[in-house]
Design a protein around this ligand. Structure first.
Ligand SMILES: *[C@@H]1O[C@H](CO)[C@@H](O)[C@H](O)[C@H]1NC(C)=O
Ligand SMILES: *[C@@H]1O[C@H](CO)[C@@H](O)[C@H](O)[C@H]1NC(C)=O
Ligand SMILES: *[C@@H]1O[C@H](CO)[C@@H](O)[C@H](O)[C@H]1NC(C)=O
Ligand SMILES: *[C@@H]1O[C@H](CO)[C@@H](O)[C@H](O)[C@H]1NC(C)=O
Ligand SMILES: *[C@@H]1O[C@H](CO)[C@@H](O)[C@H](O)[C@H]1NC(C)=O
Length: 243
């Protein structure tokens, strides 16, 4: 009985140490020299108030800050000016659902760092942050010297100038709001069975870049608890058999 008890406490300690892996990574982050604040960068440039507002209402700004803090992959952001937003056909933004607004903003974020010279050799199409890992929201970048164009199939934009660049984050001003082609195509057939299947098999493909979402981590906790209890019961069974 004593053995079983000490075994339980050992396992309990093991469980306490092994579960909060996600809580450990933020503790490591403060080692970097202060977080990059995209909102502050854009505010300083003064002509991105609509983009900033949308980054905030869609919570994409939070995702970006988290990514910059926790990943070394780098990000490139195409920031449309206020002028670009006012050049949209009237009612365009309002015609989008809340989900589409999130996708629209994520479409302006490429999950790798590109310096201007790296655009010369980019391999198209480029995957954007929208639509998760499925690449359903691509865009093409073509460059010739200092001239860099972006095309989505709906929008042709020109890269105006660099707003910010370190080795992790590049922010470029663009003269058009980049509209995803998929918004203007007829929806793909029979998405319903595919979606429910994906929700159970791989939660992160449906939630896209929403890495630290609570539903994901609670799902992992459930799994590890089940494994934990299975582990305990087998140990108890072995001990009972031995005694
Ligand atoms: C980022 O900058 C904005 C605007 O300057 C500020 O309101 C916000 O609190 C900052 N966020 C962080 C996490 O420092
Ligand atoms: C960029 O687009 C302009 C037209 O808007 C075109 O004249 C130019 O050739 C394009 N440049 C590249 C590198 O695609
Ligand atoms: C790139 O620009 C040069 C002039 O600066 C032009 O001669 C050349 O045709 C352009 N190439 C492409 C692919 O647009
Ligand atoms: C983007 O580039 C790819 C590869 O070159 C091409 O197949 C695709 O048609 C291009 N899309 C647009 C919208 O230009
Ligand atoms: C974008 O550019 C392509 C070729 O450069 C052209 O065929 C297309 O009509 C343009 N689309 C828009 C919306 O200007």
């Amino acid at each position: 009985m004593k053995h079983i008890f000490s075994l339980f406490s050992l396992l309990f300690i093991f469980l306490l140490q092994s579960t909060p892996t996600s809580a450990q990574s933020p503790a490591v982050a403060p080692a970097s020299p202060g977080p990059t604040n995209l909102t502050a960068i854009l505010e300083k440039a003064r002509q991105f108030t609509t983009f900033i507002r949308l980054l905030q209402t869609t919570k994409v700004a939070d995702q970006i800050d988290t990514q910059l803090d926790t990943s070394n992959q780098g990000l490139t952001i195409f920031a449309p000016t206020d002028n670009a937003f006012s050049n949209l056909k009237p009612g365009t933004l309002n015609s989008f659902t809340d989900e589409q607004k999130v996708e629209l903003i994520q479409f302006h974020v490429v999950p790798s760092f590109f310096s201007p010279s790296q655009f010369q050799t980019v391999s198209n199409p480029l995957r954007t942050q929208a639509g998760g890992s499925e690449g359903a929201f691509p865009l093409n970048v073509t460059a010739n010297g200092s001239q860099v164009n972006i095309t989505t199939g709906v929008t042709n934009a020109t890269l105006a100038n660099s707003v910010y660049s370190d080795n992790q984050l590049a922010v470029y001003q663009v003269d058009q709001v980049l509209l995803p082609l998929i918004f203007f195509q007829s929806p793909p057939p029979a998405p319903a069975p595919l979606k429910s299947k994906k929700a159970t098999s791989s939660p992160d493909s449906s939630s896209g870049t929403d890495d630290g979402s609570p539903s994901d981590s609670s799902g992992e906790n459930c799994l590890s608890k089940n494994q934990f209890f299975a582990f305990i019961s087998s140990i108890v069974l072995v001990l009972l058999a031995l005694s």
